[in-house]
Design a protein around this ligand. Sequence first.
Ligand code: NDP
Ligand code: 8X3
Length: 259
Amino acid sequence: MLLKDRTVFITGATSGFGLECAKLCVAQGARVIITGRRADRLKALAAELKGAEVHTLCFDVRDKVAVEKAIASLPAAFAKVDILINNAGLALDLSSFENVKMADAEQMVETNIMGLMYCTHALLPTMVERAKDSRTGGHIVNIGSTAGNYPYPGGNVYGATKAFVKQFSLNLRSDLYGKNVRVTNIEPGMAETEFSLVRFGGDQQKSDSVYKGLTPLSAQDVAETILWCICRPRHVNINRVELMPTEQACGPFVLSRKA
Ligand code: NDP
Ligand code: 8X3
């Protein structure tokens, strides 16, 4: 029971990494706040985790007021958040930027950057305050991506949002140095979740083709990595973890030659 008496707040717990993280944290005895926009999914997960200390919050991370209201509404038993897992995020489309819909680009920025900032800003003051006298301290785990480290065609705005997440994590670490709050950026490569289904607007065939013929990371692989980071001893801060499927690697530079 590595997380007994710890309260974990997970954004985007209705599928993928967030959902697996919720299960692993509960298995380690944590009190867990699961969040997302799909109320039915939150209800189903809470039912599945029956018996555990679970609280659901349904809100859109892009809505600053909704984020603040949701966090202010936490009952006393869940209000002292020790660990924030900023996982909610998405990619939309895989087109060259001249063909990208501005609304899609805006949604990625609003979710992956603004939403992550809103949740962090709303929870951090009390986390810092409590960490002063706490044996265990606080921890912010952000979900970045290899897309924030390496470019690929069509990764334009999505990759840039994840580069923000990486630098924001490193800067938070500088702000929080000496305050007993750890910061980690998790940077996964290709993982099979609902990520590609969302990216391709619900096109299951297109989504399946992303993972065809190789073994991608699973949500559990990533959740286990997150749990490992959280469960290191207090004096250990894992700054960044980059993980990829064995069958994924960076390609060479491309060259555009004249005929
Ligand atoms: P999923 O699509 O399976 O899960 C995404 C989660 O984010 C859902 O729970 C969704 O909940 C939530 N979410 C999306 N938009 C919002 C919003 N506006 N407000 C609140 N919640 C929101 O994908 P993954 O589990 O793969 O993705 C999790 C994170 O990991 C993302 O940040 C993604 O960018 C990142 N990532 C994914 C990789 C992959 O290959 N799968 C690799 C590297 C990073 P709901 O729809 O109910 O709101
Ligand atoms: C998700 C991984 O390579 O599809 O962040 O961008 S990738």
